[in-house]
Design a protein. Structure first.
Lengths: 373, 424
């Protein structure tokens, strides 16, 4: 069995180089489905023995993407278009795209027209989640995705296989939550970059493979004595808390990430797929129960959620990783930042981008935060 | 607030031509709608704010007074009163990146005063449909939290397929029925299905008049300036379900018929080029835009934006209403359908070129616009097009010089294209 450091190192490598992982899968004869942020019915792909891989772009300059997107479009979407148009996703037959925000609505079309060798499979998640008719609607929408996957990949997605994949996904979610808890007892080992690598690598492996790593890591962490961390503890919220150069600023200031509400990280694992007889209905019901700012909510549960995360993890501050040009997150910020501040929680907002930059401004702001705390 | 005297330096006020009777009627109808809401509020009735493509038939049937923040934001911007609102919003947590209508409205919600533009009474409930964009849901969530009032929402489900699927229709219908029940209970108003059918009938009649007016733009030369349609959008948004709106439209038709009879037009000058305007008007610079277009004899003879309120359904049939509201806006449909519609309009209105407003405030409009430009041009025999950077309400995101230079080059492009077509 590999050591804890070796396991963590392997996941860091996978998180840092998804292209190598894609090539490895393709070379071994596996077929890959691209999954745009934030939620796609990955389970359906997994049940067909396809590999669902997350599409979160990369730190890259935008050149080809300019033919489709304005400079003030979401950087993740710009870099995904850039990579797709530049042939970096070669070998991927199809991508699933949920138009969860206005830019994603457009991406369903830009991708369809611009990227000729990859089929786009859009599906629309319901926003009025308090009405039971939404479940029936989403069941049919997911049914459409299933049919498209079967047709494009020439596979059959059986009910028993969906149930088996759901079990694996739920076990994986539980393992991710367990890892997050344990990480806080070993903040000397699970630094912000290491924590992020564990979460991000899950997007580029089958959940079964990632789960195997997680189980080993969890066991290895459990066998170690707790570490008494004396630095500052922060919660991250937003779409993504990357790149590593941003997280390293936290490390430089002796800060640890002790919990998150990031779309790329814990938002994926908070809500398990509920029990039931029909796999697709179960997936639809999971969406109804998710707490996510991209979905319409009558109540702003994010304040409560972030407040809870701070309390449960003895956090000193919330760092808002505000993805540039992300309007849903920008609107939410107006509401929750003041409420959190009123509740006595320190809130710092940092712009997150996907174009290479030095994060100098973030460094100055985090320095100030560290001094203030 | 001292917005009354605030005029962006870049857009000086100009003497205006006298308003026609129909324009005065449209303005009066709109003023009355704002005042009715204020008076209803004073009487203790519950009033609402709604998104502009929410099925107004529901509130109209219940006899509720509704105002539309998007329309209000456009009016504030057109009257060059936006500056203090934009600055206030940005100073109070709104990112510069957010929709300028939203910023104006969220600032207004705090300040509640924008004389001399119409004021809106404080809402008791919100009506949201996301067929215009997703962003508006988040905007109205902020209003809901600020005022601690309920949102009644109809999720119109973005259409990535070439039709509104049956599963969408069922879901939207179920939402409409639930909303009617909940809104009736909240406001204490009684639902009358016969009245609902009647409002749908009136709305359809007004829609038909609106289509008839837009169709006059197909005549060569056109008896009206295409920008004129923007002046009548207020009633089409606010009072589409009322008989009085029909009176405004019929008056406008009479005026147009008079122009046809006399061989005149509301377009000020000779018409050399007929263009399609893509996107929302650049409200703070409407007169500048018109003046620049006039210089080259360019008339806007078609827009997709104004036609979004041209909802085609069968009165009494709730499912056809669901389909119509889900599929009306270019922002809620797949690009193939957008291209199909534009090809049809470009042919019908004998369009010489397209002007694309790259609207900084509206990501859903601009994030697929570049491909749309190429595809529509290709579908229409390499139809010329141009794009300019602007904003529906934020005067800071527009350059008069850029617009003027591009229009000059565009006129030349259209001239050459027409010449090529003439020469076979």
């Amino acid at each position: 069995m590999a050591s804890l450091q070796e396991n963590l190192q392997r996941l860091q490598e996978i998180a840092a180089n998804p292209k190598a992982q894609l090539d490895r899968y393709l070379k071994s004869g596996r077929q890959v489905v691209g999954c745009f942020p934030i939620y796609t019915p990955e389970v359906l792909a997994d049940a067909a023995d396809l590999v669902p891989m997350g599409m979160w772009g990369a730190q890259t300059e935008f050149s080809l993407a300019k033919k489709y997107l304005v400079p003030f479009a979401c950087p993740i979407m710009q870099s995904c278009m850039e990579l797709a148009l530049g042939g970096k996703y070669a070998g991927v037959k199809a991508v699933m795209i949920p138009p969860m925000c206005d830019t994603l609505r457009c991406i369903t079309q830009d991708f369809k027209f611009g990227v000729k060798d990859i089929v786009s499979i859009p599906f629309t998640l319901p926003q009025n989640r308090r009405i039971t008719a939404a479940i029936q609607y989403l069941t049919e929408e997911y049914g459409h995705v299933k049919e498209r996957l079967e047709e494009i990949y020439e596979v059959e997605i059986r009910e028993e296989a969906i149930a088996k994949s759901i079990e694996c996904y739920n076990q994986h979610s539980r393992a991710m939550r367990r890892f997050s808890e344990l990480a806080n007892r070993h903040l000397d080992i699970i630094t912000p970059t290491v924590r992020h690598g564990v979460f991000k690598s899950a997007w580029f492996m089958t959940k079964a493979e990632h789960l195997a790593y997680l189980r080993q890591i969890i066991g290895q962490l459990e066998s170690l004595p707790d570490y008494e961390f004396t630095g500052k503890r922060v919660i991250l919220t937003g779409i993504t808390g990357e790149p590593d150069s941003f997280l390293k600023i936290l490390e430089d200031h002796n800060m640890a990430v002790v919990g998150d509400d990031l779309a790329q990280e814990m938002r994926q694992y908070r809500t398990e797929i509920p029990e039931g007889d029909n796999g697709i209905v179960r997936l639809a019901k999971q969406w109804m129960e998710r707490i996510d700012p991209m979905a319409h909510e009558d109540e702003l549960r994010r304040v409560e959620l972030l407040h809870g995360l701070c309390r449960e993890n003895a956090a000193d501050a919330v760092i808002v990783c505000l993805m540039k040009f992300c309007d849903p997150e920008e609107y939410e910020y107006v509401a929750y930042s003041q409420e959190l501040k009123d509740a006595g929680i320190t809130v710092l907002s940092v712009d997150i981008d996907q174009q290479p930059n030095s994060y100098d401004q973030a460094r100055t702001r985090i320095e100030t935060l560290a001094e203030m705390l | 607030m001292s917005e009354q005297n605030t005029t962006p330096a870049a857009a000086p006020a100009k003497p205006k031509r006298p308003k026609s009777k129909s324009q005065l009627m449209a303005g009066a109808l709109l003023d009355k709608a704002y005042n009715d809401a204020i008076e209803a509020k004073a009487r203790g009735e519950k009033i609402g704010w709604a998104t502009s493509l929410f099925p107004q038939e529901i509130a109209e049937t219940l006899g509720l007074n509704i105002v539309y923040p998007e329309n209000h934001g456009a009016a504030v911007a057109a009257k060059k009163l936006a500056e203090p609102f934009l600055h206030y919003a940005e100073a109070h947590g709104c990112n510069n990146d957010l929709c300028s209508y939203a910023k104006i409205d969220l600032a207004y919600a705090d300040l509640l005063e924008c004389s001399p533009a119409s004021n809106m009474a404080v809402p008791d409930f919100l009506l949201v449909a996301n067929n215009g964009c997703n962003e508006i849901t988040k905007w109205f969530e902020l209003l809901s939290r600020k005022y601690k009032i309920p949102i009644f929402m109809i999720d119109m489900t973005y259409n990535h397929l070439p039709q509104v699927t049956e599963s969408r229709v069922k879901y939207i219908r179920a939402q409409i029925e639930k909303l009617i029940e909940d809104l009736s209970a909240f406001t204490g108003k009684k639902w009358d299905p016969d009245r609902f059918a009647e409002v749908m009938r009136i709305s359809t009649a007004n829609r038909n008049l609106w289509e008839q007016i837009a169709d006059y733009l197909a005549l060569e030369p056109s008896p009206l300036s295409g920008f004129d349609l923007f002046n009548y959008m207020g009633p089409m948004v606010f009072t589409r379900g009322r008989e009085e709106t029909g009176d405004v439209m019929r008056q406008l038709i009479a005026e147009i018929e008079e122009h046809i009879k006399n061989g005149t037009s509301t377009y000020p000058g000779e018409q050399h080029f007929r263009v399609f305007w893509e996107g929302i008007a650049c409200w703070p610079y409407l007169s500048h835009n018109l003046k620049t277009l006039k210089k080259y004899g360019i008339n806007v003879c078609a827009t997709a934006y104004a036609r979004a309120w041209s909802l085609d359904y069968t009165p009494g049939d709730i499912e056809s209403l669901a389909r119509a509201y889900s599929f009306t806006s270019s922002n809620n449909i797949l690009m193939d359908e957008s291209i199909r519609r534009r090809k049809e309009w470009n042919e019908k209105f004998h369009i010489d070129g397209t002007i694309y407003h790259v609207n900084r405030a509206c990501k859903v409009m601009v994030c697929q616009q570049q491909e749309l430009m190429r595809r529509v041009s290709e579908a229409c025999g390499n139809l010329p097009f141009m794009a300019f950077d602007g904003d529906q309400a934020d005067y800071r995101n527009f350059s008069e010089a850029q617009f003027e230079t591009r229009i000059e080059a565009f006129a030349e492009l259209m001239r050459k294209h027409k010449e090529e077509l003439r020469n076979g």
